[in-house]
Design a protein around this ligand. Sequence first.
Ligand code: ZN
Length: 719
Amino acid sequence: MDSNNGKTSEPLKLALLGYSRKDFDHITQLVNLIDLGRPLKLSVGDLSKMHKVDCDLAIAILDNISNLDTYNKHVSLVKQESSNPPIVCAAREADRQILESYRIGVKTDHIIFMPIQIERLAAMIRRFGSGASGDGGRYDAAPPDATRTVIAPSPLRLGELFLKKGLITKDDLERALEHQKQNNMYIGDALIDLGIINEDQKLKCLAEQLKTAVAAPRQYASVDLNVVALIPEHTARRFNCIAIERHGNELVVATTDVLNLNMLDTLRDMTDMRITAILGKKDDIATSINRCYNDIASHKDASRLTEDMDDRVEYVKRKEKENDNEEEAAVAGAELGIIKLVNILITNAIRDHASDIHIEPMENELAVRYRIDGDMRKVMSPPKQSHHAIVARIKILSDLNIAERRLPQDGRMAVKIGQREVDVRVSTLPTIFGEKAVLRILDKEAFEKNTASLGLTQSDERIFRSQIAKPYGLVIVAGPTGSGKSTTLYSALQAVKNVAKNIITAEDPVEFHMEGINQVNVNTKTGLTFSVALRSILRQDPDVVLIGEIRDGETADIAIKMALTGHLVFSTLHTNDAASAIARFTDIGIPPLLLGSALNLVAAQRLVRKICPKCKIEYKPPAELIESLGLDPEKVTQFYKGSGCVTCNGTGFAGRTAIFEMLQVTKNIRKLIIKNAPTTEIQEAAAAENMKTLRQAGVELAVNGTTTIEQVLAATVEI
Ligand SMILES: [Zn+2]
């Protein structure tokens, strides 16, 4: 199949020359384990006697550096009397420093140090051992012949291994070999290039062939930054490798090329540790390098802060006895280290798509946590002494009173990151251990979502768009806190916004500034309640009004009246499902007749986490579960979940999507509302009109693999 074939299936002749039996055993054992992809014939002999050897490569063991002159003499003799084969010196680790730093002349083509790692030995043999087939070791099969002395176990070339596993056909292999020759690449990469196998398959086979492991996603996710930092960033980037584990003096490094001698040498010299290279996916390694070294930089800044703070602590403490240290805090808040730290906290939060940053004073430490996709994650603990300064810096940025530490405060700031400006809403709260600050990052992109990207199904979107396009009436989005109601309403405003319309909002507080819309901050403390604001808004001749939330009868009453007098009104309500929203209105005193006439649509919604597409796997759930969900076990046989990878930081999830329950107020439903029918009756009528419940909508997403069934069950309650 390949002209090269004949040559490369010839055994590689390796001579092992030395003075001591023990060293022979060490190397012989390793040679036995090496899978070169071609037969290997090993002959062993005494360096002092066996000068004439027939070999492609000789390893000459230097067991005692004081013996160097004799050693050099013997090596020269081997070179002279044999056909000048490349000779690799295997020296003792203990002699490394003398050999390297004093550049003592040792007759050799290359030095390796004992104990030798198998990968390094294999790579070295590949590099020096084969003039006939420079890169032949990588493929084509031919099991080894029986040979004299010691022989490596029957090696299968990678290409053959793919064949044997039924991953490729003979035809594929031939095509790949051709491709490999033309592009000078590894056979595995050629197969990937041609789309015959994927990277996972390649790594699995390669690991089998090289007898090494493949780094698991959770190894990257749980990596200790102190271990990563053992390799300087530029080196990690140069070789696309990352240190992921440390066991005593052994450093486990994930890399795409475990046979890269240059890398292994560089890392060993740099860390002074034994390097074990394991295989990793190219993207996984690159992503981890970006994330980890970025985090390392942040931590460095935080720890530098500790050093800076040490002097200050005493100073502040002495002064605290005299008066409050607000000036100190203000000065500290303007301190360079603190400014940098606060910047890092915010930029990292945006990078990780966090929605909130929590800066929490505990009894003995300061904790910084991010909320990402609804879950809290601790990211850093800056020195406790920096607490006042960090909070002061945040207060300065958001125009809050630094001196006031006993009352809660609210403010906002705009942070510019590169070209991007991000709004951050700040709230402080005095706790027993000091002021806690929460920074909510207002993701403009999230609010600029159009109705199409909310996660609505096609039919739901049609309903939603038709209802918000009506000239008047009330549209309610229902759900608990954090269910994405505001995003939905903002996208509705985006959809109806045009210059011919006067759109006014009353919000507590305004979450996001929108172009071309008049937004009013409701502030109960100053007496500007929803009902007060709405009465003024009515006199402002609005077309569309967004009311942040309906909490009381008074607000509800105005909302209904607005809707009945030719305004389109959007608002939210805290109820679990769509039909309960109707009962809530009557509970707070709205006459059913008015409600029935005003209401256009109630959309109940929840957020569920989406499965990370990079590590999505399917599994077979028990049939009882499928049946209990009202699904046909014949048709639905699998659900999906994320197994955890580098992209999703091991969580198995990436981002969130909404599920909806759209209760359209049709003629029939309107009648039921007006006659004050019980919630269950309205639900049944809606179901008869094909309304999908939240649970049903969620199960659909679980079946099509967008989310997990656990997410759906947790987010939706079936009554
Ligand atoms: Zn993942």
